[in-house]
Structures are given as structure tokens and as C-alpha cells.
Design a protein around this ligand. Structure first.
Ligand code: 3PG
Ligand code: MG
Length: 399
């Protein structure tokens, strides 16, 4: 790989230089209080930031948060993230009220060597996500003017062709940060020659979101275990009635086709937890996958399915898991996700957890993060990597 990394930049010397770091600090916030509910993505970028601080760089961090529409929107401010980042670094983080305006310029100009600033949300600017090259380019010029070198450590955003990800590296000396490097190293093991059996567990609500990765993975994996909301479209394709469960009618034919082509590889639930309503206190029972009552919807995989999935996982030497098995946010429907996660921690396989929801599930269920081989900070990014797509953020670092 021709990508230069943080060590190459540190070897050149960064003392007194302004280093612009693109991070993915897109953390979940509590809707009521605005508090950060999971700071995993902030912690994930600390190794890069600490190394730069220690080397005496003036560290300018930028990120998006949520999906504001190209203009300032207080509910998506990065200010609370600056506070948390400062706590974790053990030194205050200077916060700029805008991204490339007066506040950003003076905040950066006032940085002493070894100090850190965080700019306001990149997506408060139309240029960040614009499809228009010139509009993105103008914003990238302004951002690039705040740094002497660029580090991409925003793995969760490398699949976005956005100004801070794709266009700034064309304007500054650029390297991959520690997180991006580690993510790519780990995921490239899965696309290269994974130790076998290689077992993938996929969940989440929609088949249509995951179809590309399912099609890319099926020829290469030994087993694909399917749970979560999307299993009902597969169960329907198997000929079962699914009651009022989540169903993508227009995907049934595609699923039927996949089941025919990869019959020996795909494992579907044999039992599900079916409830009267999508609610934490809804009446519910475990039923066979071919016996979902017409007025009920499946909200989790059942215990027999968990046991079957666990048995398949126990044979694995390599595991990739993306997407919850049920509505784990509701205690009554969390057992499938917990069971699969625990089964993964019990194997001696090299295990990778991909993506926001599954990583959050691991932490929300109180599981030990260190019993997984790697927990990716990228949801869409890790899936697109496994699909073999060219990721704009990685490609930009290669040039
Ligand atoms: C994510 O949460 O998946 C990343 O931060 C990317 O965010 P996006 O999907 O809004 O581009
Ligand atoms: Mg996303």
C-alpha cells in the first residue's frame, strides 16, 4: 500500500506546525439532555491526537455530527464533544464557533505548540457535502488554509466524497492516522485470505441496505447467519408467513434467488420472538419461524436460533458481525443480540464488529470490548470496504 501514515509525518517533525485532523466525532447524543451517550468514537481518535500533541503540533480537529443541512443548527453543535475530548486528553480543547470563519481562524492562530482546537461541525457549510466539485473545492481551500499538513483519522466517513475527506488531502501533505490505518489493516485481512471457516453474521432492519454487501460476501464466506429485521424478508422468500413483521416485499424475489444460489451457506432463524406491538412492554412469545401469528411481528431471533448461530460461530476462525439481531434497545428483545455477541466472545476466532449499531450494542449490553478482535468505528464505511468499493477517503490518501 502506498499510503503514508502518521509515523511518516511525525518522522518529518511536526513541532510548531498546524496539523489538520479529520476525525469522525459523530457520536450519539441523548435527545432530551444532549449528553453524549457513547463516546467510543472520541476515544478511538485519541492515539492520533495524543501523538501529535506530544510531538508539539498545533492540532486542529474537524468533524461532522449528524446530518445538518449545510447551515448552522445548534442541536448538531460539536461543543459538547470539545468538552469530552478535553477530559479524555487531560487538557482543554479550544472550540471554534464556526468551521472556517473568523472564530476558526483566530482560534487556530492562537494555538500554542501541543494545544488542540476543535472546529464547529463541517456540515454547517454547504460546501462540505456538495456534489458540485467547485463548491466543495472552495470550502476545501478554506479548510486547507487552517493546516500545514492533513491527517485522515475519520474511518467512519471515508466512504463519503466530502470536502474534508476527499478534497482537502489534494491540497495538503496527507497521511492516514492510527485509527484509519488499523481499520484498513483489519478489514483487509477479511477481504484478503481470512482464516477459515469465515462466518459472517448480519442483522439490521433492511435487506436493501445490505444487499450489496450480502452479494459481495456470499461467494467468499463459509457461512452467512442472518438475523434482525431483514430476516423476515428471507423467511418470506422461504415461503413462510411473517405476520406484521418488517417486510420488504420488493426484495423477496432477490432473497429467494440468493437462497437458491447459496443454499448451503445461508442460515436463517428457526424461531423468533413475536410481539403484539413494537413496544417494550408488548405481549410476546417465542414461536417457530414458520408459525408467526398473522397479527404479530417478530422483534428478535429466538433461543433455538441463538444456539444454532452459536454452534456455527464456535467453529469459526474468522468472524465479521454487523447489525443487531433484534430490537436490543428493549430488554425483552435483546437476548438474540446478546446471545450472538456472547457466542462471538467465547470463540478463539479473530472477530471484527462492524458499525455504529453493533458497536453501540456491545457497549450498551455491558460486554467486554476487549474480547472482540476489533470493533470498527465505521458502519457504512466498513460495509463498503468489504464490498470492495473504492472509498473516496482512502483513494485520496493513496495519491
Ligand atoms: C456514520 O455515523 O455512519 C458516519 O459518521 C458517517 O455519517 P453519515 O452516514 O451521516 O455520512
Ligand atoms: Mg451512517
Amino acid at each position: 500500500m502506498t499510503i503514508r501514515n502518521l509515523d511518516d509525518l511525525l518522522a518529518e517533525g511536526v513541532s510548531g506546525r498546524r496539523v489538520l485532523v479529520r476525525a469522525d466525532l459523530n457520536v450519539p447524543l441523548d435527545k432530551q439532555t444532549g449528553d453524549i451517550t457513547d463516546d467510543g468514537r472520541i476515544r478511538a481518535v485519541l492515539p492520533t491526537l495524543s501523538a501529535l500533541v506530544q510531538a508539539g503540533a498545533k492540532v486542529v480537529v474537524c468533524s461532522h455530527l449528524g446530518r445538518p443541512k449545510g447551515a448552522p443548527d445548534p442541536q448538531f453543535s460539536l461543543r459538547p464533544v470539545a468538552g469530552r475530548l478535553g477530559e479524555l486528553l487531560g487538557a482543554p480543547v479550544h472550540f471554534a464557533e464556526d468551521t472556517v470563519g473568523d472564530s476558526a481562524q483566530s482560534t487556530v492562530a492562537d494555538l500554542a505548540d501541543g494545544q488542540v482546537a476543535l472546529l464547529e461541525n463541517l456540515r454547517f457549510n454547504k460546501g462540505e457535502t456538495s456534489k458540485d466539485e467547485a463548491e466543495r473545492g472552495t470550502f476545501a481551500d478554506q479548510l486547507a488554509a487552517l493546516g500545514d499538513a492533513y491527517v485522515d483519522d475519520a474511518f467512519g466517513a471515508v466512504h463519503r466524497k466530502h470536502a474534508s475527506v476527499h478534497d482537502v488531502p489534494a491540497r495538503l501533505p496527507h497521511v492516514a492516522g492510527r485509527l484509519v490505518l488499523r481499520e484498513v489493516e483489519v478489514l483487509s485481512k477479511l477481504t484478503g485470505a481470512p482464516e477459515r471457516p469465515y462466518v459472517v453474521v448480519l442483522g439490521g432492519s433492511k435487506v436493501s441496505d445490505k444487499l450489496a454487501v450480502i452479494e459481495a460476501l456470499l461467494p467468499t464466506v463459509d457461512r452467512l447467519l442472518i438475523g434482525g429485521g431483514m430476516c423476515f424478508t428471507f423467511l418470506k422468500a422461504q415461503g413462510h408467513e411473517v405476520g406484521t413483521s418488517l417486510l420488504e416485499e420488493e426484495m423477496v424475489e432477490t432473497c429467494r434467488n440468493l437462497l437458491e444460489r447459496f443454499a448451503g451457506k445461508i442460515m436463517l432463524p428457526v424461531d423468533v420472538v413475536a410481539a403484539d406491538a413494537f413496544a417494550p412492554d408488548a405481549a410476546h412469545d417465542t414461536v417457530p419461524a414458520d408459525g408467526i401469528p398473522s397479527h404479530r411481528l417478530g422483534l428478535d431471533i429466538g433461543p433455538e436460533t441463538v444456539a444454532g448461530f452459536a454452534a456455527a460461530l464456535s467453529q469459526a476462525k474468522t468472524i465479521f458481525w454487523n447489525g443487531p439481531m433484534g430490537v436490543f434497545e428493549m430488554a425483552a428483545f435483546a437476548n438474540g443480540t446478546r446471545g450472538v455477541a456472547e457466542a462471538i466472545t467465547k470463540t478463539d476466532a479473530f472477530s471484527v464488529v462492524g458499525g455504529g449499531d453493533s458497536a453501540a450494542a456491545v457497549r450498551a449490553l455491558g460486554l467486554d470490548e476487549s474480547s472482540f478482535g476489533h470493533i470498527s468505528t465505521g458502519g457504512g464505511a466498513s460495509l463498503e470496504y468489504l464490498e470492495g468499493k473504492t472509498l473516496p477517503g482512502i483513494a485520496a490518501l493513496e495519491n
